[in-house]
Design a protein around this ligand. Structure first.
Ligand SMILES: [Zn+2]
Ligand SMILES: [Zn+2]
Length: 367
């Protein structure tokens, strides 16, 4: 009887619940989870800041081994043969493919009918094992399953489990970063780190990270995601940060990537930008309300301001393809703190407090 972490009530502890092992769905697969990542979004899910069904099977990031293949499923998304025991990752969402956003706008991240493991799948509905914080997950037909390259570990994949494809969508696909570009990244959580690493991969001459706490800033520098850091603890006010930033970057950044998730960071991003710069607002997943900005500066500086919401299965495929090169340049696994699945509530608390940069749950096998 595999266990899955279930949220029954908002603000309550997450409970492990056992369900009978289902058979693999036609066109789908059963995967024994090796690691289930914890994302900042999970903290907001638990507190009811996002509208999700209860009881919720939690975990929208995961990697593992194929346990069983459903009838008709023989290859991964790229046509590589799949067999029992293969190491895989899956995109957590399945866009409907038939709504206006999917068909006409061709923006599956905006699809309102997306099925998302760990976010809108009820644990009480069969096949119950619908989240990645589980010993086994049941993936349905239409899930994008990706066989992992041999050179990439489970830990490396899950460290940027959501952040990596989010940065592929927002940074790699939306922004123009050229050799010589100065890039400012606000926020040193996983999305900030991933954005900084991709900015470097795209040729940025200098990546300056602004964030905190100090432990996260140290991680960003240690793994080479950023060249220079402006620590929130040393520069606690926007004025102080701006003065320190302009001392390094002169007129400002060619590209500013907001990954802080705090509304006031968006006002600050406009100040960090040089004239004609690009500003990407990537970190505002949760609605924390309005903030005063001076729109005159957007016009006067002729800024290009973008937003980007989550990621599609295609972004996940690109993320996995980028990993062999990314792990050569950055020690991703060193960022990860691993907890036993039984200690899910402790892990969630540590993510919420910022005590760890990135956490993942390791299920105990034996089901
Ligand atoms: Zn996430
Ligand atoms: Zn759709």
């Amino acid at each position: 009887m595999p266990k899955v972490a279930v949220l029954k009530e908002f603000n309550e502890s997450v409970e492990l619940q056992e369900y009978p092992m289902p058979s693999a769905a036609p066109g789908g697969a059963l995967v024994d989870v090796a690691l289930g990542g914890i994302c900042g979004t999970d903290v907001h899910l638990r507190t009811g800041h996002l509208s999700v069904p209860l009881p919720l099977a939690m975990g929208h990031e995961g990697v593992g081994h194929i346990r069983a293949l459903g009838e008709g499923l023989t290859t991964d998304v790229e046509g590589q043969p799949l067999t029992v025991g293969d190491r895989v990752v899956w995109a957590n969402n399945i866009p409907c493919g038939s709504c206006y956003e999917c068909l006409v706008l061709k923006e599956p991240t905006l699809c309102l009918n997306r099925k998302i493991y760990g976010i809108n799948r009820k644990a009480s509905d069969a096949p119950h094992l619908q989240g990645g914080w589980a010993e086994t997950i049941s993936l349905e037909a239409g899930t994008t399953i990706i066989k992992l390259p041999d050179t990439v570990s489970f830990e490396e994949v899950i460290t940027l489990g959501c952040a990596g494809p989010t940065a592929i969508h927002g940074v790699v696909e939306n922004l123009t970063i050229e050799p010589g570009s100065i890039v400012a990244v606000q926020g040193a959580g996983p999305v900030g780190l991933a954005s900084a690493m991709y900015a470097k991969a795209m040729g940025a001459a200098q990546v300056i990270i602004l964030g905190g706490p100090t432990s996260r800033i140290e991680v960003a520098l240690k793994i080479g995601a950023a060249d220079i850091a402006i620590d929130m603890d040393t520069y606690p006010t926007a004025e102080a940060r701006l003065a320190a930033f302009h001392e390094i970057a002169g007129q400002g950044a060619d590209v500013v990537i907001e990954c802080a998730g705090i509304p006031s960071a968006v006002a600050e991003s406009i100040d960090l930008a040089r004239p004609n710069a690009q500003v990407l607002v990537l970190g505002q997943y949760t609605d924390h309300g309005p903030t005063p900005i001076n729109p005159h500066l957007i016009t006067k500086k002729q800024l290009k301001v973008f937003g980007s919401w989550g990621f599609s299965p295609a972004h996940y495929v690109k993320y996995v393809k980028s990993l062999p090169q990314l792990v050569k340049n950055h020690d991703l696994a060193s960022i990860l703190s691993v907890y036993d699945l039984e200690n899910v509530n402790e892990a969630l608390a540590d993510v919420a407090s910022g005590a760890v940069t990135k956490a993942a749950l390791r299920p105990q096998t034996g089901n």
